[in-house]
Design a protein around this ligand. Sequence first.
Ligand code: GLN
Length: 285
Amino acid sequence: MTVRKNVADLLTEGAQRLGTRRASETSATAALDAALLLAHALATTRARLLACAEAPVACADVRRYQVLLERRAGGEPLAYLTGRREFWSLDLAVTPDVLIPRPETELLVERALALQGSAAASVADLGTGSGAVALALASERPQWRIVATDLSAAALAVARGNAARLGLEVEFRHGDWFAPLADERFDLLVSNPPYVASDDAALGALACEPRAALTPGADALQSLRTLAQGAPRHLLSRGWLLLEHGADQGAQVRQALVLAGFGYVRSHRDLAGHERMTEGQHGQI
Ligand code: GLN
């Protein structure tokens, strides 16, 4: 007779499976990843799982879990396996069509909220991906008019789905950077563009994510410069441009903003202490 495995057995097995793949990268999160994957396979939450550690698990569910474990062990990001990632306390759906939202991108949201206060405002999020930044702003400032653009129609479908599920109001438009804005001007322009050079070894570890969301090509600063140069024509007087960038790109992005005529140009550090975003005000030299 085969003995049915229970939740606790499967969690232990899963943590071992993930803990032994590339020790440096996953061992710290192996137990957590295993629990999240088992919860996903059983269509439940981690909290409910942990509350019924002795419960036997059906064979079909065990198999589903084992497939997820193998994919995770092969390097697929957890967020693509569960189809979910939390950003700014919002539960976002993510697929391989969108970059997985990173915690450091919350800095863009924080600065946008701080610079604009709570008055009515218009905002455009350029290259919105999953919609993370635009939706976080919509959740905090329902009185703002928020437009979000992306070159990828597949990404926009994910973002639209997130807006609908969360009941948040964002106007999504398809096209390259400023093109979908026509000649409209905004109080705030925000963007987390691709900023990793195409020959950067770091891209190897990000191979499951859309390449176009990560790298603009050989010149890591290309999209950031395009955004800095194009922004003045889409900002109202005293409007702000906020750009996320790589940890070592602060000085170059500040220079691009100054060259484009921005004032009050300054960078902010993420929680890891890296310069992660730069802002500047239009018409304030
Ligand atoms: N922050 C991401 C990473 O390096 C890159 C995101 C981006 O290029 N916008 O993992």
